[in-house]
Ligand binder design. Structure first.
Ligand SMILES: Nc1ncnc2c1ncn2[C@@H]1O[C@H](COP(=O)(O)OP(=O)(O)O)[C@@H](O)[C@H]1O
Ligand SMILES: [Mg+2]
Length: 349
């Protein structure tokens, strides 16, 4: 392929969320792995303050596996003018990246992008709304109650405790990386946990505690998605918290998960049903609790931009299923163009 026929690929990374650093690591690995003969890569780093910069990754940064977001200021118009046929790979996690905001901006610009659209991204980021939809589809999940800041009376709190029973997990509705998540065993701690969750979102979700193993399935595709072999995370601490995820890297991954063939089949099918119910496109990692006492898989959450460093669960699961890291990037880009063409058929009249 000559230079002019390469696909213009825009890698968007960094961002304002708690997962800024991991995104900088992911971007370095994706750029190093993407086929240079196939893609003409432009790299855009979003600083912690939300400024967009055109970045030129140095060979040092690529070798050490971490990019910096400093560079020449840029914006969406500049991206669009790069090429009408470009595709954006948003390597952004959490609010203002994974939640439909960046996706909406790209839709307005008529730009193809990897992953789910506005609706699915926003729904999957919101633990309250996504659980309500899954409930509608009769998908098993932990019992939950949603509370809104300023609207929950002592009676609501008593009712939540009565219904869920201690311990209770309290989380902000729109977050990630276990930020603002608490496991509480007493009424006083419940109030503190709620206040913490309300620092990150107006809505909090309270869930019954599930004594279960954490099983994750990678899903890939648009109209006919496929599910990977399941993997398992064994947290080092009491639960899979921020430290475990990004500071100590102390959790253990089992790929594939230690499940029977039937259990594995069951969770893969559940992951596909959940992916379809939440209208995902491109990719998502569907996380479950496996409650051994009842042999049930309960859906915990769906991540539409899952961790994507080469040692992250999502690419590891595909590798085990037979798709390499660089083939996965190719497939995601094909899916982005396919989705974009499908969208345009419905939106351009
Ligand atoms: N209902 C629950 N029962 C048991 N453990 C839970 C429950 N909810 C969350 N956890 C623990 O907390 C971690 C983070 O919660 P999660 O809902 O996945 O939030 P995040 O979006 O921040 O990853 C989970 O990986 C799990 O270890
Ligand atoms: Mg999680």
């Amino acid at each position: 392929m000559n230079a002019s026929s390469r696909i213009p690929l825009i890698v968007l990374f960094g961002g304002e969320s708690a997962e800024h650093d991991v995104s900088c690591v992911t971007a370095a690995h994706v750029i190093a792995a993407a086929n240079a003969e196939k893609y003409d890569i432009t790299t855009i780093g979003i600083s912690r303050a939300g400024n967009w910069n055109l970045v030129s990754p140095t060979s040092d940064e690529l070798a050490t596996g971490r990019l910096s977001t400093t560079g020449t200021p840029t914006n969406l118009q500049t991206i669009t003018s790069l090429s009408a046929q470009c595709v954006v790979l948003p390597l952004l996690h959490g609010p203002l990246g994974e939640d439909g905001t960046v996706q909406g901006m790209l839709e307005l610009g008529n730009i193809a992008y990897v992953g789910s659209g506005v609706l699915s991204s926003a729904v999957c980021m919101d633990k309250v709304v996504s659980k309500q939809i899954l409930q509608h589809h009769n998908i098993e999940q932990p019992a939950f109650i949603a509370l809104r800041d300023g609207e929950c009376s002592p009676a609501d709190i008593d009712a939540a405790i009565d219904q869920l029973g201690f311990p209770i997990f309290v989380k902000p509705a729109n977050m990630g990386s276990s930020v603002g998540v608490s496991k509480v065993a007493r009424r006083e701690d419940f109030m503190t946990a709620l206040h913490l969750a309300f620092q990150y979102d107006e809505w909090a979700i309270c869930e019954e505690f599930i004594a279960g193993r954490e099983i994750e399935v990678a899903v890939l595709g648009n109209m006919e998605p496929i599910a990977s072999v399941p993997g398992e995370i064994v947290p080092a601490g009491e639960f899979y918290d921020y430290k475990d995820k990004y500071v100590n890297n102390s959790a253990t991954l089992h790929i594939p998960a230690l499940l029977t063939a039937e259990q594995s089949q069951e969770v893969r099918e559940k992951a596909l049903n959940i992916y379809k119910a939440l209208r995902c496109d491109g990719l998502a990692r569907v996380d479950f609790f496996f409650e051994e006492s009842t042999s049930r898989f309960l859906c915990n959450e769906v991540n539409t931009i899952p961790g994507f460093t080469p040692i992250s669960m999502y690419p590891k699961l595909w590798e085990q299923t037979g798709i390499s890291y660089s083939d996965l990037i190719d497939r995601l880009i094909e899916l982005a163009f396919e989705r974009h063409a499908r969208r345009r058929r419905h939106t351009s009249h």
